[in-house]
Design a protein around this ligand. Structure first.
Ligand SMILES: O=P(O)(O)O[C@H]1O[C@H](CO)[C@@H](O)[C@H]1O
Ligand SMILES: O=c1cc[nH]c(=O)[nH]1
Length: 292
């Protein structure tokens, strides 16, 4: 039995941070960083069951093209993904009355729709990039006992060498996206590649304002990396933890991002919101066209 202190349930029966109750989660869950992005889904859905907000977590379940879909905003960063993934999994795979883990588990499909910085000159601003592999520059997965089992060890070793094996603060982990969701979203309109999930937006992504980075020339090193046709394509801040936790919990996960800055060409699109809406429509049509 899972104790009150471990699985905190609010007086109204909802889970601690997300304020959602069992039964409110669809099998397809779209995760977005920006809470305002949930409004875009609201404008596109034909039906909305509910919308609920607590902190940066705005959640909504509704229908698009006849498919029940849940949308949850995660805010920025890995810590939020730890909360969102554990709470969404608990809502479907733990019995809130008995506080026991259910014997029959539900498998959720998680699709993150985010924004991102390109690490390739030929992946311009406004491109869509699917993270076929995601590299954690954070250390979340190392806290989990099963972490090592979901890591792509070949790529982990290569990336560790690339970033400088001597660094004590960086031991990148690499997790693969769901092949099924990759196939569903991939098209002539998308790039695919390896995404770096950074534990910060500034120095951890090589952005120096008043403070300098420790890793010398890191963005060019990442950009030049190539192995078996794989290249490092972009930076964002959530997908490694999403992939790792989804795999450990038995769910499918993928991330697709709109490029809003190109770090090598030194370009940025500050007016990207209409483009995010186009990406959301792209994803909604792709996932509802698919029968699975
Ligand atoms: O647009 P979202 O989904 O928030 O994604 C990206 O944007 C934020 C940083 O500006 C980080 O969360 C990063 O991953
Ligand atoms: O450069 C960027 C742009 C969006 N999000 C990031 O994490 N990095």
């Amino acid at each position: 039995m899972i104790l009150d202190s471990e699985l905190i349930v609010n007086p109204d029966g909802s889970i601690f941070h997300l304020h959602l109750k069992p039964g409110q989660i669809a099998n397809t869950v779209i995760l977005v960083g920006d809470p305002k992005r949930v409004n875009v889904f609201e404008s596109l859905f034909t039906e909305v069951e509910f919308k609920i907000a607590n902190r940066e977590y705005v959640s909504m379940t509704g229908k698009f093209n006849g498919r029940r879909i849940t949308v949850v905003s995660t805010g920025v960063g890995i810590g939020n993904i730890d909360i969102v993934m554990n709470e969404l999994d608990a809502l479907v795979n733990i019995d809130f009355d008995s506080r026991e883990i259910k014997t029959t588990k539900r498998k959720l499909h998680f699709i993150r729709i985010g924004t991102s910085g390109s690490l390739q000159k030929d992946i311009p601003v406004n491109s869509y990039v699917i993270s076929e592999k995601s590299v954690g520059f954070d250390n979340l997965l190392y806290f989990y006992d099963d972490g090592a089992e979901v890591v792509n060890e070949e790529f982990r070793r290569l990336l560790r060498i690339l970033v400088g094996g001597h660094t004590i603060f960086l031991n990148p982990y690499v997790v693969d996206a769901s092949p099924k969701l990759l196939k569903m979203l991939k098209s002539k309109d998308t790039f695919t590649g390896i995404t770096i999930t950074a534990p910060g937006f500034y120095v951890p992504q090589g952005r120096e304002l008043r403070l300098s980075k420790k890793l010398d020339d890191i963005n060019n090193k990442l950009s030049d990396f190539e192995y078996h046709g794989y290249k490092i394509t972009n930076y964002e801040m959530e997908s490694s933890a999403l992939y790792g936790l989804a795999k450990m919990l038995g769910h499918e996960a993928i991330a697709i991002c709109l490029i809003i800055a190109n770090r090598l060409n030194k370009e940025a699109n500050q007016n990207y919101r209409d483009k995010v809406k186009e990406l959301i429509s792209y994803v909604l049509y792709k996932i509802t066209a698919d029968e699975t």
